[in-house]
Design a binder for this molecule. Sequence first.
Ligand code: PLP
Ligand code: COI
Length: 338
Amino acid sequence: MKMIPEEWSKLSFAYYPTNYNVRCYYRDGKWGNVEISSSENIIMHISATALHYGQEIFEGLKAFRGQDGKIRIFRWQNNWERMNFSARGILVPEVPKEIFEDSITKVITLNKEFIPPYGTGASLYIRPLLIGTGAKLGVAPADEFLFMIFVSPVGPYFPTGFKCVDVKIERNVDRAATLGTGQFKIGGNYAASLVSGRQAYDEGFKMALYLDAKEKKYIDECGPANFFGIKNNTYITPDSSSILQSITNMSLRTLAKEAGLKVEQRKMPVEELSELEEAGACGTAAVITPIKSIHDKEQGKIYTYGNEPGEWSVKLYRKLQSIQFGDESDKYGWITEL
Ligand code: PLP
Ligand code: COI
């Protein structure tokens, strides 16, 4: 039994140990039973494909504690679908829905005491992992796999919370190729972003904004999040073959439409940054992170959007969070109450 954080509202986005995680093994062509573990370690073959050939998929979603004390999981079915989309992308067996559901229910229930109380702004981050554990030396998919979920109570991804950040356009590194693996949530994409992410951070920026790998004309991914902008009562977000299909972005498009905005998912030329009234990054960890400036060093341009979050970013942030925390009823079927 480990300590429970006393100061939930001070949590950052960092690993915090909990009591249990769950695991399910794939052997001889079939998935086994969901097992409960209190160990934070896994034992793996030295030649496992996850270690050598990148057969590693992960997901990220959250559970929230409401004012009524209830626990609400946000859109887990979409994470399950996306995990299996990634699985098809790198020759990993898909996880049946019942196993995903059983695992997520078990891991949250077993770690209930780690779900931050309502009003602290914190939530329970849920991290499913699906990896190749079978040994191969030649480049090939494994025969054995492991699906796991662990959880961690978290605060905001950026310690400043819902505050505007500075972003840097990255013109010297591609996070993912146009016809590559950018749509899959696999470790390799994140490895590809580490150097540029660190460099951006060292230069005083919170995120690197990547451009399309082929032409360097269009906006692609924004750090560990999707990009969106607001102009002329329109919510605009990039359509690209090399970005993750963000579930947060999907939700924001629905909420934006309902709030009376037009919604456009299309290629966004870099020059369009000068026309935006608001800009932001969105994702499970980032929620909405409003952007105050985007620096395009190579082109000698700085796009600015003000020091305070824009009107629509605030509205959409509040709306999304009030559904997630259960302040507002969920008419979309996004919430699973535990
Ligand atoms: N893009 C990248 C690269 C991410 O890592 C994430 C986080 O999951 C997102 C976008 C946002 O996706 P979601 O809203 O499903 O969390
Ligand atoms: C998420 O938002 O869930 C992410 O995966 C972002 C990052 C922590 C990788």
